[in-house]
Design a protein around this ligand. Structure first.
Ligand SMILES: C[S@@+](CC[C@H](N)C(=O)[O-])C[C@H]1O[C@@H](n2cnc3c(N)ncnc32)[C@H](O)[C@@H]1O
Length: 228
């Protein structure tokens, strides 16, 4: 179990080999300290372990719904909900979820590494430009975000920020970067580094290199209906 503090909240989250709490999630939680969750209806889109929804529940959200395409994530998040005594948080497989309401706030740490999607890689793979799940997020928000609602999500600079921002605009949403952090690139990224280099040549990926050490930039994005 991973134990850590997110602001004043102490969280204990069960992980497994595939589904973890990442550096990205911890960065998003840091920012979310400034958000008032009281009486809000929240969606944790791509809930994984359920860490974001658990945090929102503990901070007083009225109702939290977690969605994921991976049955293993739903199973694990349910265990974490019990472990953390959450009373207002439920998770569902997105393929079969029966949703009949809109959310005030949609949170997501999407799978956004630029590698083709395949079974077993749901946790991190975002398709060749890294934006497939971000597109799914905006499609979902078109029908499920309240007018006046907000979306907070993360996007790595190894995925196409321009393509994601333009997709958001096409679907009727703003795209505003409101936070950044820089983090060293891990060894397993070598698997798809050729794709990063290729995307970089067209402006669809970027990274920082300091004396042979590579870092990605992770952006925190706020989006709203353009009509707001
Ligand atoms: C990087 S993990 C983030 C997990 C968790 N929210 C966190 O912050 O630790 C991305 C999650 O999104 C799920 N996912 C991938 N594609 C998805 C899609 N199209 N719709 C919903 N969930 C998806 C994955 O199964 C995975 O659990």
């Amino acid at each position: 179990m991973k134990k850590f503090s997110a602001g004043l909240q102490e969280l204990g989250i069960l992980e497994n080999d595939k589904i973890r709490v990442t550096r990205y999630s911890e960065f998003l939680l840091l920012y979310l300290e400034n958000i008032d969750f009281k009486n809000e209806k929240i969606c944790d889109f791509g809930c994984g372990t359920g860490v974001l929804g658990i945090y929102a529940d503990k901070r007083g959200a009225k109702q939290v719904t977690g969605l994921d395409i991976d049955p293993a994530a739903i199973e694990l998040s349910k265990e974490n909900i019990i472990l953390n005594n959450c009373s207002n948080f439920e998770t569902h497989l997105i393929q079969t979820a029966d949703l009949d309401q809109k959310y005030d706030l949609i949170l997501s740490n999407p799978a956004s590494l630029p590698t083709p999607k395949s079974e077993g890689k749901e946790f991190f793979s975002g398709g060749i430009y890294g934006i497939d799940m971000i597109e799914d997020l905006f499609d979902f928000c078109q029908t499920d975000l309240e007018q006046g609602g907000q979306i907070f999500f993360l996007q790595t600079s190894l995925s196409s920020v321009n393509k994601a921002a333009n997709y958001a605009h096409e679907k009727g949403f703003s795209y505003k970067i409101i936070g950044v952090f820089q983090t060293e690139i891990r060894d397993h990224y070598h698997e798809f580094w050729h794709r990063v280099e290729k995307n970089r040549s067209t402006g669809d990926a970027h990274f920082v290199e300091i004396k042979g050490v590579y870092s990605e930039i992770v952006y925190l994005v706020e989006a709203k209906h353009l009509s707001q």
